[in-house]
Structures are given as C-alpha cells and as structure tokens.
Design a protein around this ligand. Structure first.
Ligand SMILES: Nc1nc2c(ncn2[C@@H]2O[C@H](COP(=O)(O)OP(=O)(O)OP(=O)(O)O)[C@@H](O)[C@H]2O)c(=O)[nH]1
Length: 699
C-alpha cells in the first residue's frame, strides 16, 4: 500500500508539518512521531477531502521542496523509515477502521451541526442587528431585503417574516427565538410564558333576542352584587364589570348582543368564556336567539340559558326548553347538558342561581392564567377623549398590568399613565380577567385589538410602526375561503371543513339547502351549515362568516348595503342564487375542483324608489335616487324589498327629468320603469348589475 509522508501531505495542504501532526492527532486520532512519518494514502485522501484539497496531487511534491523542518539528510530519512515504518503501519492498521470512522463521523457531525445552525431572532429586529446576527455585511442584507420587495434602512425594524425571506436568499436558516427580547412571540410561544397557572375569574357575555331582557339582566346582576356602601353613588364606568359572589369573581362584558361578540371574533379575539343566552319565557326562541346560538356554537363557547320574565303572565318555561331542543340544546333536567335557569330580571328572581351556574361552568372549564408574567389581553372598547386623549378599556387575560408598563396595542402603543377599575377608581395594577380603563396610548386602538406588555416604550413604538407596515401589506393579501379556490385549499390541506351561512326568503329553503349541502361532505372536506336565517344577508352574517372563515349563500335574498361593504372589506365570499340546485351544483363542483367557467355578475349600484306614478299607457313609473354607484339604461336589475328579491329583469326606460339617460350616477335623481313589471313600491331598492364573462382559473 502506498504511503505519503507527513511533510509531503502538509505541503499539499499548505500547512506546516507541525500543524498537520497536531491535526492528525486531535482530529483523526492518528499519532505520528514527526514529519517523516508516513500516512496511508487512503487516510491522506480523506484528510485532504476534509481540508478542502480534493485534488490530492501528491506527485507534485518533490523531495527537494521540503519545508524548513524537512531539511534533513536522506540517510536520516531512511533511518527513520526503517525504525518507524513498521511501527506506524502497524498502528495505522490497528487504528485504521477507527480512524476512518472517526473522520467520517466528524464529517457527518459537522454537516448536521451546519444544518442545525439556525440563527435565532425575535419578532422584530433592526436591519443592523439582523446583519450582525447573520454575520453578514449590512449592505448584503439590505440587498437581500430589496430582492424580497422590502426597502429598508439600516436602523429600520423588520418583522420576523421579512427577515426569514431575506435570510432564505442568503441561504441562512433563521428561527424565532423563544426568549424574544421584545416580549412578543406567537401564541404558542406565548403559552410558554405561562408557568404558574392559577384559577381566574370567568368572562361572561349576555346574548339574546331584542327586548328579551339582556340589559335588565346585566343591571340586575350588577345591582344584586353592589354592596350597601357602594349603592347609589356608583354608576358603572366602563364596558365591563366584575362582581364577587361567595368570594369568587365573575367579569361581565357589558356590550350585550352577538354583534360585538362576533365582530371581536372576526378580529381574532375571543375573550368570552361563557355566554348567558337570555330567552323571554313569554316569547320563546326568536330569530336573534337562534342567531346567538349559532354564533356561540361557531365559537365553541359554552352557553347557559337564562329563561327570563318568568314573572310575566303567559310565561312558559317548558315551551322554551322544548324549542331549545330544536337547536340541539337539551336541558339538564331533560337528560341533556344545557343548564337552564329560570329568572326574572325585573323581580330579581333566580339571579343568584344563575351566577352559581356561571361559577360551576367556569369550574368545569378550568379557566386558568399566570398572573406573574408580563401582561397580555384584549381591547374591549376605546374612544378619543377631548381632555384625556385616547382612552381604552382593556381586559387583562394573562399576567398583571401595572401603571408605568409599556404596551403594544394592535398597531398602536403607549406607556400606561393612569389606570382605573370598573367603578372609575384609580388603581395601580390588574391581574387576569380584570377589566381596566387606561390612559397613555398614542392613538385610539380598535375593539378586539390584542395588547401585550413589552420591555420599554421604544420597543413598543418600533413594533407598532412595523405592524402598521405589515397591516398594509396584509390588507392587500388576506383572502378568505372562496368557492373558486376551495379545491386547491382542500388539496393543500389548508381546510378540512367548509362552513356555510345560508340566508333565504323562507325557512323551508334553508332547511332544504342545509340538508342537501351537508350531504355533499366527503372524507376530505366536511360541509357544515353554521347558521341559517330568513332575510337579507346582514353585517352580522358577514362578521360571523369572517370569524368562522365561512362562505355566505343567499337564496332569493341579497346582501344589504352595509353587508356588501363589510363583505368587501373582510373579503368574505358571498354568492346568491335563485334556484336551489344551482347552489348545490356550484358547491359540489367547487369541492371537486370542476367549477365551470361562469358569467360573473358585477353590481353597478343601488337605487332607492322614492315615489311611484301609474301611467295608463306605460305602467308604473318610479321617481328614484341613486344611492351609490350608478345605473345604466342597459343594466340588468333586480328589485329588492327588505332584502328579498321580488323581481329580476331589465329597465324599460331611464330618464333624467324629461330626457332619456344612458346612465345616472350616485347622488342624482332619475325616473325609470321596468320591463313587464309594475308592482314597484316606495322604499324598494333596485340593484343594477351587468354580467361579465370571466374565465375561471384551472383548479
Ligand atoms: N316583567 C318583566 N319584564 C322584564 C323582565 N326583564 C326585562 N323586562 C322588560 O323587557 C323590556 C326589554 O328589556 P331590556 O333589558 O331592555 O331588553 P334587551 O334584551 O336588553 O333589549 P335590547 O337592548 O333592545 O336588545 C323592558 O321593558 C324590561 O323592563 C322580567 O324579568 N320581567
């Protein structure tokens, strides 16, 4: 077996023999005596590979080009060879396997270490700090950022996602650090901060149909628990309050109704632990009760039913329980698991029982939080006060919030200057489930925004600014589920369920659609109707859809104006049909990725009918006002009464004063008549639209 001498190898590797001898010993476990010792060719090749010289051009090394240490006479060389060769070879043979293995292991370990060597960074970092962490020149990092579409200066803060994209270009892996100096990380990492979980008070929202007694019940609860000394002088100060019963606290959110609840949820904030559903015993389940039930179910929040107004003549508790069963809520006393408590908000009857049930439910839910960590929670309400500046009611959900703390709230920030409790009393700190009013924010945040305590105001400001930039780009890119991309989303495993909200002109259609649609469920995707209701598609439906990532299907009804605006803002997919099987076909096709090319309807505007005249020769002529957009002579139109489609067709005439008009814009009056249709009434709305043919993208 041919061998190579240490000095020859050292020469090839462009290091000194001394260095090589040390390297052989330390890194490869090969012990050689001096520069004249021999190294087996195989080992030498491996060493060369590891040290970067794969050529292994040992022939180029000549004896007379030895390094300084190699200036020895031939006879000494021979002598050494004679004495040592056998020894070294024996040693090499003995160690050969181990050495090779060792080298191989070393190589593998290094590769693994390289693969795992990820740079940790927090949620936000300045470009300079980022470059330092990556060990790259700032200019190179800025260049990488530009390639990812971000123009950033050296001191500008970038968020983790942006950093990740830039790092990818630089072929460096980064991970979000667990110990983020800013104090904010994603929800999962947030949970890591919860070390010492203790019981916390439940947060309760009251929902129900109009006039069933939500406000009265909240009043009754508040008054029942106000101590004698407080009575009279205390008016509630903020949109949430905490009461104490049997030494235990309960926090009530004082914005009754599911609109606020769902609007918050659409913003990603779920603060309510338990919902009290108020149903008047003399009225039973009404449309908004049903809506509330569906909203709670969609949010997976436990409900307690308060059967109210039991003092009223005609109150029928059993009838309410019976009606509840139609919504899958079976009273406990009937063998189900829905707690029903008969109460009278007016007579203050049953209030204590109700509160006890709330505590019991809270117990079962095991509501916990760590009060010894930095604070986090949600904005309940906010306003700009002339004298005090931005004022916000915050619900602390984790940790303890103190006066002087710096917080990041949505895309605004501040340092808490003053803090008040629900009775307007100045306080210094607040723990989990406690609502407080705070001063000191730079701007008014939005209800539903989350807040986080951060290490200082400077960090808070930097992060708020970075969030604003991010929000802008997000606004352009957020897309909720739509039928067009349903199939690809299912295939990519992004969704496993298609929640649907159905609005129709009659209850029968809802039932029919619900049954048929839910039967379309496959192993890959479950179709689930989360809410159905009679009437136009409203803002509440859109909020629920946004909160649940649902699509809205209208049957013979249309979205009202506000709903249309909100749907556009929230990017909720709304589609209306006039034939049930068209809706079913569409969903079926979307699920298997076979949506046919369609003619898409583009709404042009809405016109309000203000007056009608009957002209015997022509029929009904309507005096109108264009509310928004425009109407054109050739528009397709549909006539809506209370959101329900009464007629679809074309215009017979469109006039401005006496003259025929091609189009009339928002803010102008016009006269019109409808082809073969005379039943126009004051207050009706005409929706003008055109059909545009769009080629659906291949799914
Ligand atoms: N007899 C009787 N009347 C009640 C009771 N609870 C509420 N009411 C009355 O019912 C009416 C409606 O009560 P509210 O508390 O305003 O109902 P609400 O659900 O808050 O109504 P909105 O805020 O309009 O949605 C009021 O006239 C109350 O006085 C009750 O237990 N018994």
């Amino acid at each position: 077996m041919s061998k190579i001498r240490v000095y020859e190898l050292a020469k090839e590797l462009e290091i000194s023999s001394k260095e090589l001898i040390a390297l052989l010993k330390d890194e490869f476990g090969i012990e050689v005596k001096n520069h004249m010792s021999v190294v087996e060719e195989e080992d030498a090749a491996l060493i060369k590979e590891l040290l970067g010289d794969s050529e292994g051009n040992k022939d180029a090394v000549k004896e007379d080009s030895m390094d300084t240490e190699g200036k020895v006479t031939k006879s000494i060389v021979d002598e050494y060879e004679e004495i040592l060769e056998e020894e070294v070879v024996n040693l090499a043979k003995k160690k050969k396997k181990t050495r090779r293995e060792l080298a191989q292991e070393q190589l593998e370990a290094e590769e693994a270490a390289l693969a795992n060597m990820k740079v940790e960074i927090g949620e936000f970092i300045t470009v300079k700090e980022f470059a330092d962490k990556l060990g790259k020149p700032v200019a190179e990092v800025i260049k990488a950022l530009i390639f990812t579409g971000i123009m950033a200066g050296i001191n500008q803060e970038i968020d983790f996602e942006t950093a990740e994209k830039a790092a990818k270009r630089l072929e460096i892996d980064i991970v979000k650090s667990k110990d983020d100096a800013s104090g904010i990380s994603d929800e999962k990492e947030e949970d890591l901060l919860d070390v010492n979980l203790e019981k916390r008070p439940p947060i309760v929202t009251v929902m129900g149909h109009v006039d069933h007694g939500k406000t009265s019940l909240l009043d009754a609860i508040r008054k029942a628990k106000v101590t004698e000394s407080e009575a009279g002088g205390i008016t509630q100060h903020i949109g949430a309050y905490t009461i104490t019963i049997n030494g235990e606290k309960i926090t009530f959110l004082d914005t009754p109704g599911h609109e606020a609840f769902t609007a918050m949820r659409a913003r990603g904030a779920q603060v309510t632990d338990i919902v009290i559903l108020v149903v008047a015993a003399d009225d039973g389940i009404m449309p908004q009760t049903a809506e509330a039930i569906n909203h709670c179910k969609a949010a997976n929040v436990p409900m307690i039913v308060a059967i109210n107004k039991i003092d009223v003549e005609g109150a029928n508790i059993d009838k309410v329980k019976q009606e509840l069963t139609e919504y899958g809520l079976v009273a406990e006393e009937w063998g189900g698991d829905t707690i029903c408590v008969p109460v009278s908000a007016k007579q203050r009857m049953g209030i204590d029982d109700l509160l006890e049930m709330v505590l019991l439910t809270a117990e079962v839910e095991e509501l916990k939080a760590d009060s010894n960590r930095r604070a986090a929670g949600t904005v309940i309400e906010s306003e700009l006060d002339k004298g005090r500046g931005p004022v916000a009611t915050l619900l602390v959900q984790k940790g303890t919030l103190n006066v002087g703390d710096s917080i990041l709230v949505g895309s605004t920030y501040g340092r808490i200057r003053a803090m008040f409790d629900d009775k307007g009393k100045k306080i210094k700190s607040a723990g989990p489930s406690i609502p407080v009013e705070i001063l000191g924010l730079s701007e008014v945040p939005q209800a539903g925004d989350k807040f986080h305590e951060v290490k200082d105001e400077k960090t808070a400001r930097g992060m708020a600014e970075a969030r604003k930039i991010k929000e802008k780009s997000l606004q352009q890119s957020t897309m909720r589920v739509s039928l067009e991309d349903l199939y690809s989303q299912v295939k990519e495993g992004k969704i496993k369920e298609l929640p649907i909200i159905i609005k129709a002109d009659v209850q029968g259609s809802i039932e029919a659609l619900k049954g048929t649609l839910e039967k379309l469920s496959t192993d890959e995707i479950k179709v689930r109707v989360i809410h159905g209701g009679v009437g136009a598609v409203t803002e509440t439906d859109i909020s629920l859809a946004a909160a649940s990532n649902a699509v809205v299907i209208g049957f013979n009804v249309r979205p009202d104006n506000n709903a249309q605006v909100l749907a556009e803002k929230e990017k909720v997919y709304v589609k209306t049909y006039r034939v049930i099987y068209h809706a079913v076909d569409d969903i079926k096709a979307a699920m298997i990725g076979m949506l046919a090319p369609e003619i898409k309807e583009v709404v042009q505007g809405r016109v309000e009918i203000r007056q009608t005249y009957k002209v015997s020769a022509i029929g009904t002529i309507a005096g109108c006002y264009v509310l928004n957009g425009k109407i054109t002579r050739n528009s397709e139109i549909r006539l809506l009464r209370d959101g329900v489609i009464i007629h679809e067709g074309k215009l017979a005439s469109l006039k401005r004063f006496k003259d025929d008009a091609k189009e009339v814009l928002a803010g102008f009056e016009c006269g019109l008549s409808i082809e073969k249709f005379n039943e126009i009434k004051e207050g009706d709305i005409i929706e003008a639209y055109v059909m545009e043919s769009i080629v659906r993208k291949e799914l």
